[in-house]
Ligand binder design. Structure first.
Ligand SMILES: *[C@@H]1O[C@H](CO)[C@@H](O)[C@H](O)[C@H]1NC(C)=O
Ligand SMILES: *[C@@H]1O[C@H](CO)[C@@H](O)[C@H](O)[C@H]1NC(C)=O
Ligand SMILES: *[C@@H]1O[C@H](CO)[C@@H](O)[C@H](O)[C@H]1NC(C)=O
Ligand SMILES: *[C@@H]1O[C@H](CO)[C@@H](O)[C@H](O)[C@H]1NC(C)=O
Length: 393
């Protein structure tokens, strides 16, 4: 579920990088999904479900080992991990939850960050003399808070309790303004804010899309002015040259590859606006059930844990976890999709190809970067011009 954020970061990075070459056209492609036995690029491609890219920077998509098989590297087990030479799940318990070995306990997925939890008497606990770094280093309904330069685990607040972000609140609450005249934030029920009401639009990299204060069931999101506004998505197949050109909440500018030769660079394509997240009443209900189920079972709502088959959230609430595929254009980090599909089976639907039904388009002449790599638009214009002249004459 990080994919929404990843895509945003990716698109921002791409816009910056491409800014030098071609400021005008900036759509981006999802990773190509490669069949077993075909050549893959370990940075630009994704191997199909139950396979991994063996070799770097280019390799071959190779069938993954099964859960329980003997392994030597994480890659081989994709989407599982190689844990004690056996493919399986790891890092699924936060502090206070059960474990058999240290590898069952939460550890930051960021490479190079040390694991802070250890399995002690079958319970994950913070290693003595270590300070927490994230809420998952603490127990359920605790946050890791910095005070006078020292991090410690602090109990979260209930409704109307003080907060600075949603990790200060119990698992089923968001951090927002109780009233329009409130100047400080308190823990509130999600989706309680109506049109034009004050909301919290601060960025939260770990925020699970939907977990908002504005009522997503009424098609609202928190706008840049800190008030709930109505989402007005760009129509299907509406063209864009960059993501800011798209109107809808969470829209991205995805390259239209329909009928375009495979080796065409993105700068020579026109994009279409595609939403990454669907905010509607069906998704509000799916997500509401998931939050309630996690609260009922004391399961943390951590993006990395939702699709981990060993986690509390997956074990107790998988019917809601798996239904969420209908609420995202889940792509980008394909290993995440593989993980979700492996965990959920056919109940997890893959993102559809939004460009499939969109008419084939070439960049508009005025959008072209200042080079002459493609004469096609001019040729089309010339043909159109000649035809028009014939008709008029
Ligand atoms: C892999 O794909 C990326 C992104 O498409 C590309 O920049 C890179 O050159 C490719 N590397 C190889 C070795 O093909
Ligand atoms: C803020 O708004 C609420 C609800 O409208 C109201 O009950 C409260 O008295 C207001 N507080 C102040 C300080 O104006
Ligand atoms: C993005 O697209 C819009 C509308 O086509 C355009 O006005 C704007 O200059 C573009 N921004 C960049 C950074 O290319
Ligand atoms: C949560 O628990 C309440 C009270 O026991 C129950 O009514 C509700 O159905 C549960 N919800 C979910 C989604 O598990």
């Amino acid at each position: 579920m990080n994919s929404f954020i990843l895509i945003l970061i990716l698109s921002i990075t791409l816009s910056v990088c491409f800014g030098q070459i071609s400021p005008a056209i900036m759509c981006f492609n999802d990773p190509s999904i490669i069949a077993i036995g075909s050549t893959c690029n370990s940075t630009g491609d994704s191997c199909i479900l139950n396979s991994y890219c063996s070799g770097s920077p280019t390799g071959t998509c190779t069938k993954s080992l099964l859960k329980g098989d003997t392994c030597t590297s994480n890659n081989q087990c994709s989407p599982y991990q190689c844990v004690g030479s056996i493919c399986g799940n790891n890092h699924f318990s936060i502090a206070g939850q059960g474990c058999q070995s240290d590898s069952d306990c939460w550890a930051s997925p960021i490479p190079g960050q040390e694991a802070l939890l250890t399995c002690s008497s079958n319970v994950c606990s913070l290693i003595a003399n270590k300070q927490c770094q994230s809420p998952s280093d603490c127990k359920f309904n605790e946050n890791c808070v910095t005070k006078s330069g020292v991090n410690s685990c602090v109990a979260t607040s209930g409704i109307n309790g003080a907060c600075t972000n949603r990790y200060d609140c119990n698992v089923n609450l968001v951090c927002s303004y109780q009233f329009d005249n409130s100047t400080s934030k308190t823990c509130q029920t999600p989706w309680s804010k109506k049109l034009n009401e004050k909301c919290d639009n601060s960025v939260d990299a770990q925020r699970i899309p939907f977990f908002y204060d504005c009522d997503i069931g009424s098609n609202l999101y928190c706008g840049s002015q800190g008030k709930c506004v109505t989402n007005t998505p760009s129509g299907s197949c509406s063209q864009c040259s960059n993501t800011t050109a798209c109107k809808g909440y969470s829209d991205s500018c995805i390259c239209n590859n329909n009928n375009i030769p495979k080796n065409t660079i993105n700068a020579d394509k026109v994009g279409i606006c595609v939403p990454e997240v669907f905010i509607d009443s069906a998704c509000k209900s799916t997500f509401g059930d998931l939050i309630q189920c996690c609260a009922n079972n004391s399961c943390p709502m951590n993006q990395q844990l939702l699709f981990n088959q060993g986690s509390c959230a997956f074990k107790n609430c998988n019917q809601y976890v798996c239904k969420m595929s209908n609420c995202f254009r889940a792509t980008g980090a394909y290993n995440m999709l593989n993980l979700a599909q492996t965990a959920c089976g056919s109940t997890y639907s893959l993102p559809k190809d939004y460009t499939k039904d969109c008419p084939f388009q070439l960049p508009k002449q005025t959008d072209k970067p200042n080079d002459s790599s493609s004469m096609i638009p001019s040729i089309f214009f010339a043909i159109f011009f000649v035809v028009t002249m014939i008709i008029l004459s």
